[in-house]
Write a new protein. Sequence first.
Length: 220
Amino acid sequence: MFVLLLFLAASKVVFAQVPEHERKALLDLYQSTKGADWTVPWNLSGPVSTWHGVRVENGTVVSITLFRNNLTGSLPDSIGDLSNLVVLNLAFNSIGGTVPKSMARLKNLIVLRLGKNRLTGSVPENFGNMSGLVVLDLFDNRLSGKLPQTLGKIRRLKSLQLSCNDLGGTIPESFGNLKAMERLEMAQNKLEGAVPQSIGQLCNLRMLVLAENRLSGRFP
């Protein structure tokens, strides 16, 4: 009996490496993006720390990198429950559906790469709440609608990649607040109107790509 209790306790340690809500969020991601068809699927019977592309530190999930891993389907709302996530890289897959607004709850996120997928809908307004974000990559999707002014609140943002979508409206004046910005790419969209004067305030900018839009007026 004592040996059995030790075995059960050891099993709990192995499989409860991360909080239950984090493990559930990972399983939701696996199921909603057809994990069984991934190029490298997860071994769900093993510890979370052994799952391909998942990094665990201090008992919590801090990074998910599933770049070019044949993810399809859509992203679950529960992805916002991975509150200690620092890196989320799901680029170069075939994920469709909309970008979950729940992602804005990922306050510790530094890198978000969702480029080269099939995402639709608009860029969530509440993405401006991710104040720690340094890289936001949404290029080559099917995103539409206007860019939210709230993106100008992400003061640490250094790279914003939005090229090759169907984004319309004008470039937000608030982008002038992104003083850390080094790389701003918005080519091949339907952006219109004048380039805002505030863009001239981006003193760290090294790359600005605005080709193939409907912009007009004088360049600042």
